[in-house]
Design a protein around this ligand. Sequence first.
Ligand code: IPE
Ligand code: IPE
Ligand code: MG
Length: 243
Amino acid sequence: MADSPSSDAEGPRHVALIMDGNGRWAKARGLPRALGHRAGVEALKRTVQAAPELGLTCLTVFGFSTENWRRPAAEVSELMGLVRNYVESDLDRLEREGVRLRIPGRREGLPDDIRAIVERAEARTAHNDRFLLQVAFNYGSRADIVDAARRFALSGEDPAILTEDRFERLLSTSDAPPVDLVVRTSGERRLSNFLMWEAAYAELLFQDVLWPDYGPDALAKAVEAFRTRERRFGGLEPTRQAG
Ligand code: IPE
Ligand code: IPE
Ligand code: MG
């Protein structure tokens, strides 16, 4: 993947965002939760726009978890509608701007029309290499690891020669560079089943901003915070990359 001109060797290259707090943002304004989610989509658009200028080459955002099916049906269908609208309204622009769109997560269980939209969007932007945007949807780390194990079992490959690298390539996030930084907004401090394999050596940052208020400034602060961190990957010396 090509680095953007202003990209900085200090990174981060890949930031993963747990976009949390839409409901609380709406509640604080006396609005229905749906409006919080809609404002959240606008925050996502602003954040994606700003990412390449901050030196990122990849952004992974958590759009809908395998556990979010536990929410009321009306809210689930609002969230399905938002991914549909986002892809339909932004695909041309993303394609023009050199963004490759990937939707990690389980395809089974998604409504047929969403599945078709997602597959078309991935195919249409597959040639882009300026920036990788992953919108995890119907995604859970445990489900993804189980699905990867199933793919491996079906491949007929010899388990005795299975490596971490090989296994990682079976995850639905396998096109992305290593996750450098996981950010969760809204003050919650947990992973909620997001990127548990991929974030094994990522830095973690919790920003006390509700997702609909997020944007370029908050992302710039996250990048700045990352650059003060010292990563050792199990060794004794500060290191830029694992391995
Ligand atoms: C994050 O906002 C969006 C999704 C989980 C889809 P929430 O809907 O979780 O907002 P809170 O946590 O209730 O404030
Ligand atoms: C995680 O947020 C999922 C997404 C941001 C899509 P949740 O709001 O669903 O997580 P919990 O339930 O508070 O852990
Ligand atoms: Mg939440």
